[in-house]
Design a protein around this ligand. Structure first.
Ligand code: HMG
Ligand code: MG
Length: 298
């Protein structure tokens, strides 16, 4: 029972650029987001209202968000760690946010300087205020297949955190293999555990490609009935608090897989590939999308 349609959440402008050492000008970020939206990607995570002391790359997110020419029908989301971030996002006029927790204690402490329990308490207030203001909230659970600090992460912990996020009002939970260590068997196992109590329609998968397993893990997830995936143009990124982790699966590679399976996405692969080539050149980095490199070489 393959889905006929898959929703892609493009996270390059956030998960990608948060890990770039070079300073990326606002105008480049804005052009990147606008090109991705124009290419037909339905959701673009456009920035993060996190502490600039922690992630300086995202410090200009309010300016990016305000400058952006928003297309009707595209959702522009931003990552929010606390009430302070939400207030800044409200002032910038966001209509959707994403909150994040970790399935492991170690990553929670390193990434947001608090325990999982504290983060849940904090995010309940964030969700309450957001929902009161008519802002939709998406949730992330990190380290679903392993933690850089704690090692193995039991799937039951992933399920607990996902349920907590849904209970506080998230409409969808994205399960992140933050360090890209998961294999297809392990991912099937996590999805199996989580979907014993959560409907598949509420689950998205978020793969990093550190061990080259991302596309295989997407296929395994599709076979488990998952129909929403996060990806990053040109495979940009990593996570500043997950040393050695590489970028997300590349949006171009994901589109190539899905379209090859006859699954519709609404996105134009060629346009995404051109955007991937363009941003890689600007950043002076290698284009990490294999499909993107192949298409651009033609
Ligand atoms: P803290 O140091 O415990 O908190 O950080 P604090 O309240 O003491 O704040 C420190 C400073 O930041 C203060 O400034 C605050 O005012 C300021 P000072 O008084 O020293 O001048 N501050 C803020 N400024 C702007 N916006 C805010 C904000 N909050 C505080 N919202 C905190 C706690 C949560 C703030 C910090 O740890 C943080 O921002 N962490 C974010 C880290 C991050 O962005 N990581 C990457 C995203 S997660 C990820 O990539 C995984 C994901 O992709 C899924 C996956 O792959 O698994 C989503
Ligand atoms: Mg990520």
């Amino acid at each position: 029972k393959m889905p006929e349609r898959v929703k892609i959440v493009e996270v390059g402008p956030r998960d990608g650029l948060q890990n770039e050492s070079a300073r990326v000008p606002v105008a480049v970020k804005v052009e990147l987001i606008e090109r991705l939206a124009k290419a037909g990607l339905p959701v673009v995570e456009a920035g993060a209202f996190v502490s600039p002391k922690w992630v300086p790359q995202m410090a200009d997110s309010a300016e990016v968000f305000r400058t952006l020419q928003k297309r009707p029908g595209t959702t522009y989301s931003t990552l929010i760690p606390n009430l302070r971030g939400l207030e800044a996002a409200i002032a910038a006029g966001v209509s959707e946010i994403a909150v994040f927790v970790s399935a492991s204690e170690g990553f929670s402490l390193k990434n947001i300087a608090c325990s999982r329990a504290e983060s849940l308490a904090r995010l309940r207030d964030v969700c309450d205020l957001a929902i009161t203001r008519g802002i939709r909230v998406r949730g992330y659970v990190s380290c679903i297949a392993g933690c850089p600090y704690d090692g193995e992460v039991p799937p039951s912990e992933v399920a607990v955190m996902a349920r907590e996020l849904l209970a506080m009002g998230c409409y969808e939970v994205s399960l992140g293999d933050t360090i890209g260590v998961g294999t297809a068997a392990q991912i099937r196992n996590v999805i199996g555990e989580v979907t014993t109590t959560i409907p598949r329609e509420r689950i998205a998968m978020h793969f990093h490609d550190t061990y080259g397993q991302g596309i295989a893990n997407v296929l395994a997830s599709i076979e488990e009935g998952i129909a929403t995936f996060d990806s990053s143009v040109a495979g940009l990124g990593g996570c500043p608090y997950a040393p050695g982790a590489s970028g997300n699966i590349a949006t171009e590679d994901l589109l190539y897989l899905l379209h090859g399976l006859g699954i519709s996405t609404g996105a134009d692969l060629q346009a995404v590939a051109e955007t991937g080539g363009w941003i890689s050149d600007i950043l002076g980095r290698r284009n990490e999308s294999r499909a993107g490199r192949a298409l651009l070489a033609q």
